[in-house]
Design a protein around this ligand. Structure first.
Ligand code: NAP
Length: 216
């Protein structure tokens, strides 16, 4: 379906896919990517991620990513759901520091990564990509978020997304509704003043200590 939707539009998108941990040995990573490319009717992915850490050593997946880079089937590679210890292990591999992204659960109600993973990634030059940035819609019902949004003449989704971007992370909201997509786009232009950031910190406090990486 995505391949069909993308026909004639491949140049306009940043195409990302992930390899499942069960397929993530060297050969399996290459085969999984080639299968995705076939289904997407694309010659190259912009970014290919390990979905989460499974039974294969990181060396294996990294070797597969390297093969795919050399064959020009992917432009960049990264990971998802990896916490600091895993990132340290990955970047200690020869060539492992070429990782560009860690895609993790991050939004106003899930701020644990601010304690250690976010600073670590910032220092290492790894982009954090926030998945479920509006907590699958649940955040939008929180009154404190609604109050900040009303004061700014914006919507709760726009404030929640602008906040994620303010933290220096990328966000990948999902929507099947054209109206919601237009609303989401508005978040890019929304500036959050200090009073709004303070009100959000009060309603959704930052972590007070180390928190294991959460997943959805
Ligand atoms: N790496 C991982 O392990 C992992 C795990 C989970 C998710 N993800 C990825 O993260 C992306 C997004 O995550 P997600 O789908 O879990 O959560 P999300 O983007 O936080 O929320 C999606 C939900 O919010 C609704 N929504 C979107 N915009 C809205 C708006 N403006 N107003 C009201 N409702 C709105 C959508 O419904 P409508 O369709 O009706 O707009 C949908 O039900 C996906 O691409 C997913 O693949 C990755």
């Amino acid at each position: 379906l995505v391949g069909e939707a993308l026909r004639g539009h491949l140049e306009e998108v940043f195409l990302v896919s992930k390899v499942l941990p069960g397929h993530a040995d060297r050969k399996g990573t290459v085969a999984a990517c080639e299968g995705s490319l076939r289904r997407l009717r694309a010659e190259r992915l912009d970014l290919y991620l390990l979905h989460w850490r499974g039974r294969w050593p990181l060396e294996e997946t990294h070797a597969g990513f390297t093969d795919l880079m050399e064959a020009e089937k992917i432009r960049y590679w990264g990971v998802s759901n990896l916490d600091v210890a895993d990132m340290v292990e990955l970047t200690a591999l020869p060539g492992g520091d070429a990782v560009v992204v860690d895609q993790v659960l991050y939004n106003l109600s899930r701020r644990g990564v601010e304690w250690d993973l976010l600073p670590w990634c910032r220092e290492a030059g790894v982009t954090v990509m926030a998945y479920s940035p509006i907590e699958q819609g649940r955040l939008l019902k929180v009154e404190a978020l609604g109050a900040v949004a009303r004061a700014l003449g914006a919507t709760p989704a726009q404030v929640a997304l602008a906040w994620v971007l303010t933290q220096g992370t990328a966000a990948i909201p999902r929507s099947g509704s054209p109206d919601h997509i237009r609303e989401i786009r508005g978040a890019v232009d929304l500036h959050l003043p200090t009073e709004a950031l303070d009100a959000l910190d009060e309603a959704f406090p930052p972590p007070g200590g180390p928190t294991p990486l959460e997943i959805l």
